[in-house]
Ligand binder design. Structure first.
Ligand SMILES: [Zn+2]
Length: 416
């Protein structure tokens, strides 16, 4: 594996100097920074998307280039806009309330509670909740719904403040927060402090082994500082006195883990067989060997070549190609592959906030979905490929004029 010569950064968990590149996706703008028309001629900041793997603990991580305050204090993503996600979390609330036998005297604490999309389900059951959310605009929506929310970053300090007020939680939960934590040790230490003796922490995050196996390199962006295997997560929690005792494998975000943690000294919850089995599977896949990670970068380059080959051939044959969606992952893909309006005339999205704006970096215009009927494209490239079944169904009318769908990941595929 090549030694990276550009970084003096240390592993955010164990402090070892980062020397091994996992993948280098070049320079990219922040994936949520959509460009309004009047700013098309302005300078746009680009930051490196260079991911390393730590040779000691095998945590895969981005060097921190952008301050978390810049990304997260005013955030455009509202969880409640995605129906399937809200449903996913409703089922979680039912399952975990039963499993932990939560009552009116329990406390559920959610870190990165967004607009209250999850905590509202516990509230309906009469279980007391508290949300912690750093993005003030999003937290405001939660408070208006009646979900108690503190506008703060979570870590050791916030945890100590809560304990001083007599607040410790029976359940501490978080979904899609761990990858976005810049101070990982401080965050996990906070979980340990705020957890009641006998309490449980559950955290969901995209599974690194799935990212590698299915070539999901476009899920790498500046907002995601780290990418976890079960193996790495287990070490990080253990270092702070928390034992991972159970795990569920979920289909969300292309394949996620929901990990369960408890205090090391709490022996009432033994480590489950499915947790041991996942560890065996990861070790068999080479989670603790650098060579395993070395293959990924080449796989990513080959995906780019194949996608470009397809698009070049399509354009030479006079085909019209447009995009569907404007997700973060689409911006990584298009910027890394250099796909601009020379290949994609435009993209469409259901979110009205994005209409009339342009994708960061590539400046592909974003239109409402109706534009597809007017343009009658030969190919529609689906950027949020994790929702491809839903989208193919919604937009099946492109078949009326012989239109086809293109899926970029794990490798370019045509759906008639
Ligand atoms: Zn490390």
């Amino acid at each position: 594996m090549q030694e990276a010569n550009s970084t003096t950064s240390a592993c955010m968990f164990c402090g070892t100097r980062l020397r091994h590149t996992f993948v280098d996706l070049g320079m990219s703008p922040l994936c949520e920074s959509f460009v309004p028309r009047e700013k098309l001629n302005h300078m746009e900041p680009f930051y490196p998307l260079h991911v390393y793997v730590c040779e000691k603990c095998f945590l895969v991580q981005l060097e921190e280039y952008v301050s978390p305050e810049e990304i997260f204090t005013e955030y455009a993503y509202f969880s409640s806009f995605a129906d399937s996600w809200v449903e996913h979390m409703r089922r979680y609330a039912d399952m975990i309330s039963d499993r932990l036998a939560l009552t009116r005297t329990s406390l559920v604490l959610e870190v990165a509670s967004n607009d209250g999309y999850l905590l509202q389900h516990f509230m309906r059951k009469g279980i007391p909740v508290l949300g912690i959310e750093p993005a003030a605009n999003v937290a405001k929506v939660a408070v208006e719904k009646g979900v108690p929310t503190l506008v703060k970053f979570f870590g050791e300090r916030t945890a100590r403040e809560l304990v001083a007020e007599g607040k410790q939680a029976d359940l501490v939960c978080g979904a899609n927060v761990l990858a976005q934590v810049p101070k990982l040790n401080d965050f996990v230490k906070g979980l340990k402090i705020v957890l009641k003796p006998g309490g449980v922490v559950t955290i969901e995050f995209p599974h690194l082994m799935k990212l590698m196996a299915e070539n999901q390199f476009d899920t790498i962006y500046h907002e995601h500082f780290s990418y976890f295997s079960w193996y790495a997560a287990k070490q990080i929690f253990a270092a702070h006195g928390l034992t991972l005792f159970d795990v569920e494998e979920l289909p969300t975000h292309g394949g996620s883990l929901r990990i369960y943690a408890r205090h090391q000294e709490d022996e009432t919850r033994p480590v489950t067989e499915r947790a041991r089995e996942l560890m065996r599977r990861e070790l068999a896949a080479g989670v603790d060997r650098l060579e395993t990670y070395a293959h990924f970068a080449e796989q990513v380059k080959e995906t780019k070549r194949k996608l470009l080959e397809f698009l070049i051939a399509a354009k030479r044959a006079g085909k019209k190609v447009v995009g569907y969606g404007a997700p973060g992952k689409g911006n990584t893909l298009l910027n890394y592959c250099g796909i601009r309006t020379d290949f994609l005339d435009f993209t469409v999205d259901r979110n009205t906030y994005k209409h009339g704006k342009f994708l960061p970096g590539t400046h592909v215009p974003i239109h409402p979905p109706e534009e597809l009927r007017r343009a009658r494209p030969d190919y529609v490239l689906i950027l949020p490929w994790n929702l491809k079944d839903e989208i193919v169904e919604q937009v099946s009318y492109i078949r009326e004029w012989g239109g086809k769908f293109l899926i970029p990941i794990p490798e370019v595929t045509v759906i008639d």
